[in-house]
Design a protein around this ligand. Structure first.
Ligand code: NOJ
Length: 502
């Protein structure tokens, strides 16, 4: 069998609002992405994933879609999208778009009609509600004028669709075709495990309901992906889908990856693992045992950036560990998802002023939860404020960037061989050379305490999570390391790729 392009692909997530602003309104847009495609090709990724750019009131940064077949004027036009796709393809980059099937915006014409009492069965309206809570905090139900309430697992501006209604199925099959006809190479599926809710909407904790959760992962959801897979397979060029599936186990995750369902799913267990060789090994073993095609991810627009997650009282640890984690991740069989800005070593911005924060998690929790704005601060392209090259001229970006972003900018790091940007470029180039020449399978090597060593054909990867240097495994040459290595020793918080000839 030919190896599909996505099996070993490195996919770069573009949070469109925060990547590059060409129009000069302080918000990133499609023309901004298009201008920066050569940067991404040079970085060495295989594909980009664009977060939602559809018309939206932006109650949740665009994950509240009012029209699934257009571009919000904030982000450009359909023509801009088409130019972006054709430039990306010319540069050898695939394009994935985000599809949001669990809920629409409350501004969507279907929901507006439902408010008028028309075709309410496209959403989930009830006279009597249950005890479900919104993921963003507060109740998952909002009352409308005539006394009924509708379900929203996220913000009130994101009413959940009723997937027990065949019209919803037909609508999304048509939306998929709309974007496939415009040349997209695949989809990232938002809240992929959430579409169906348990029949009767039992309370969470209801003892008479036998499954783990009445909210997530209902068995009927798999039928949706079987329908979608048929559509994808009907197009030329290995179109694919990756699900945002949060599950408690790799076995549950694997259900979504059956041969007639999704091609890939995010593997959040990797992102959630602490800095520990045993935790890493367990996630790797469980994943490879359960799923046919693995993926790995360290950061995205919903979680604290991994440089900050890995930080300890010892300054510098976060960056050292994040570089080592990248090298480890890129050595694993399967595909890797990167989040914009991690190649610059961006930290989470933890001190955003409350007035600047826009995430509904912050707003709905009345400021009790910081929310996700800290990982969505616009990318610093150049050294100079006010926007570090994110917007043209003297425009302020939609979220303020800290002064420390100057040192982390692309301009500052480009050409500096010690920089994180150049390290990412080297790692991705080296991986591209290796990916198809080494076996998909992995073997463990005996590892000293605190470290993890594994091999795939001629490649050996060693990562040291412990407090003391460890001796490198036997090798013929050093390909790349995430930090300095000396006299055959691997220092703490460092990873290395080694070559072994036989
Ligand atoms: C997951 C998305 O990644 C997140 O940003 C969004 O808030 C929720 N789904 C709801 O759409």
């Amino acid at each position: 069998m030919d190896i599909p392009w996505w099996r070993d692909a490195v996919v770069y997530e573009i949070y469109v609002r925060s990547f590059a602003d060409a129009s000069g309104d302080g918000v990133g847009d499609l023309a901004g992405v298009r201008e920066r495609l050569p940067y991404l090709a040079r970085l060495g990724v295989d594909a980009v994933w664009l977060t939602p750019f559809y018309p939206s009131p932006m109650a949740d940064g665009g994950y509240d879609v009012a029209d699934y077949r257009d571009v919000d004027p904030l982000f450009g036009t359909l023509a801009d999208f088409e130019s972006l796709v054709s430039d990306a393809h010319r540069l050898g980059l695939k394009v994935l778009v985000d599809i949001v099937p669990n809920h629409s915006s409350s501004e969507h014409p279907w929901f507006q009609a439902a408010l008028r009492g028309e075709k309410r069965e496209r959403y989930i309206f009830r006279d009597k509600t249950n005890n479900w809570q919104s993921t963003f905090s507060g109740p998952a139900w909002t009352k409308v004028a005539d006394g009924q309430s509708y379900l929203h697992l996220f913000a009130p501006g994101q009413p959940d669709f009723n997937w027990r209604n065949p019209e919803v199925h037909r609508e999304f099959l048509d939306i998929l075709r709309f974007w496939l006809d415009r040349g997209v190479d695949g989809f990232r599926i938002d809240v992929a495990m959430g579409l169906y809710k348990a029949e009767g909407l039992p309370d969470v904790g209801d003892q008479s309901f036998k499954a783990v959760s009445p909210v997530w992962g209902q068995p009927e959801v798999h039928e949706v992906y079987r329908e979608w897979r048929k559509v994808l397979d009907g197009y030329p060029g290995e179109r694919m889908a990756v699900g945002e599936v949060w599950t408690d186990s790799s076995e549950d995750l694997a259900l979504y990856l059956r041969p007639d369902e999704l091609h890939q799913s995010f593997n959040f267990a990797w992102l959630q693992a602490p800095w520990s060789p045993t935790a890493f090994r367990k996630v790797i073993e469980d994943t490879l045992a359960a799923v046919p095609f693995a993926t790995w991810v360290l950061s995205n627009h919903d979680v604290v950036r991994h440089r900050t997650r890995y930080e300890t009282a010892d300054p510098g640890t976060g960056l050292a560990r994040s570089r080592a984690a990248l090298l480890t991740m890129l050595a694993l069989p399967g595909s890797a998802y990167l989040y914009q800005g991690e190649e610059l070593g961006l930290p989470e911005v933890t001190d955003l002023p409350d007035e600047a924060r826009q995430d509904p998690v912050f707003l709905q929790s009345q400021g009790k939860l910081p929310g996700r704005d800290g990982c969505r601060v616009p990318i610093p392209w150049t050294v100079d404020p006010p926007s570090h090259g994110f917007s043209p001229g003297g425009v302020e970006p939609w979220l303020p960037q800290p002064a420390t972003f100057a040192e982390l900018s692309v301009e500052k790091q480009e050409g500096d061989s010690d920089s994180t940007l150049e390290f990412y470029r080297q790692a991705l180039a080296c991986r591209r050379d290796l990916a198809r020449s080494i076996p998909y399978t992995l073997e463990w090597l005996k590892s000293p305490e605190g470290a993890l060593f594994f091999t795939r054909g001629s490649l050996i990867c060693a990562v040291n999570c412990g407090p003391k240097s460890v001796r490198l495994p036997e090798h013929d040459s050093v390909l790349l390391s995430s930090g300095p290595i000396k006299r055959g020793l691997l220092p703490p918080d460092t990873a290395v790729w080694l070559r072994r000839e036989s």
